[in-house]
Design a protein around this ligand. Structure first.
Ligand SMILES: [Mg+2]
Length: 335
């Protein structure tokens, strides 16, 4: 959660003044927390208030009303300020930038998926909006549960069809301001995978030259899960906290207590697989069979060396055999 907030702060000055240089000056005057931080707090508050049935819509709306000028997308802001609201089917990356707390607070991996989907639905019910939220929260949790970068990559490629084979230097030249989950979430993930620290992940994500604060929030949230919140430069974290409203500081303190009660030992990722199987039956996916097969192949390649490792089978989905069978079923249904 703090990782996403600090990433948002770092990227904020580059949202409309893009940089392509990873060595950009960080936390310069003008850096602020924005909508990404506010809605990250709102999602965490909803779960902390009622872990079994969070009211995400009420908390998202309350946050917008409390801080109406935090830089929300116009359509989202208008939706939140309306007296009567219907579910919105956005495919924007607003669903992904706000989920980081879910990775820490959910009891297990399948609960991460349930909460991520529920957090997206009020405003981002488009399949790609939901998928962005799911993939971001799941990747964060995978790292918290000790996944290697290769495992995390395979899991996300297999389940969500994102291409995480690219490195930031390949993405950066042709990249520009993208607000869709599909064109921003995998790119932020590639930056986390390529990095060796929280700061490097955020520098890479912001310097893609896109939706910089949101890229910073998505990458910063996942990177805090991968490298630990302690890896956020303390001077930066202190500076960011000085700018946050008291209500956010209070939420961060309660988040620290809440997450300390969650076991982050490797949960049964097979439950995640079954969750997606049921989810697919209900909401047919649109990814092409070829892409899913390519993802499966990447996963099998990734897993092959680890099968002889001491903790073989650590991916926990009985992969590759079981994942292979699952994907075959998915492809059969697609015809
Ligand atoms: Mg923003």
């Amino acid at each position: 959660m703090l990782g996403a907030i600090c990433g948002d702060f770092v990227g904020s000055v580059y949202e409309f003044n893009p940089t392509k240089d990873p060595a950009f000056p960080m936390a310069i005057p003008g850096s602020i927390w924005t909508d990404d931080s506010a809605l990250t707090v709102a999602v965490a508050e909803a779960i902390m208030e009622r872990p079994d049935a969070p009211d995400f819509e009420r908390h998202l709306v309350a946050m917008v009303r409390a801080h109406p000028w935090a830089g929300y997308g116009p359509a989202f802001r208008a939706w939140a300020l309306r007296d009567e609201r219907e579910q919105q089917d956005s495919w924007g990356n607003g669903s992904a930038m706000r989920v980081s707390a879910i990775a820490w607070l959910a009891p297990g991996m399948a609960d991460v998926a349930t909460l991520a989907r529920a957090s997206a639905l009020p405003s981002h019910s488009h399949q790609h909006g939901i998928r962005g939220a799911l993939a971001t929260a799941v990747m964060g949790r995978a790292f918290l549960e000790g996944a290697s970068p290769q495992e995390a990559r395979s899991l996300i490629e297999c389940l969500y069809g994102y291409d995480l084979s690219r490195v930031p230097d390949d993405i950066r030249p042709g990249y520009s301001f993208k607000v869709s989950c599909r064109r921003s979430v995998p790119e932020a993930m590639c930056c986390v995978l390529a990095a060796s620290s929280w700061e490097e992940a955020v520098r890479l994500a912001v310097s893609l030259g896109g939706d910089a604060d949101t890229q910073g929030a998505i990458a910063g949230g996942i990177a805090a899960a991968r490298f630990g919140e302690d890896s956020i430069p303390p001077a930066l974290a202190d500076k960011v906290k000085e700018t946050l409203p008291d209500t956010f500081i209070d939420a961060l303190a309660r988040f620290d207590v809440a997450r300390s009660q969650v076991s982050l030992s490797r949960s049964d990722w097979g439950r995640l697989e079954r969750w997606h199987e049921a989810d697919f039956a209900e909401h047919p996916a649109d990814e092409s069979g070829a892409k899913a097969l390519a993802a499966l192949q990447a996963m099998q390649d990734a897993l092959a060396p680890s099968r002889s490792a001491p903790n073989a089978g650590a991916l926990g989905v009985s992969a590759p055999r079981k994942v292979s069978a699952w994907l075959s079923k998915v492809l059969d249904r697609r015809g």
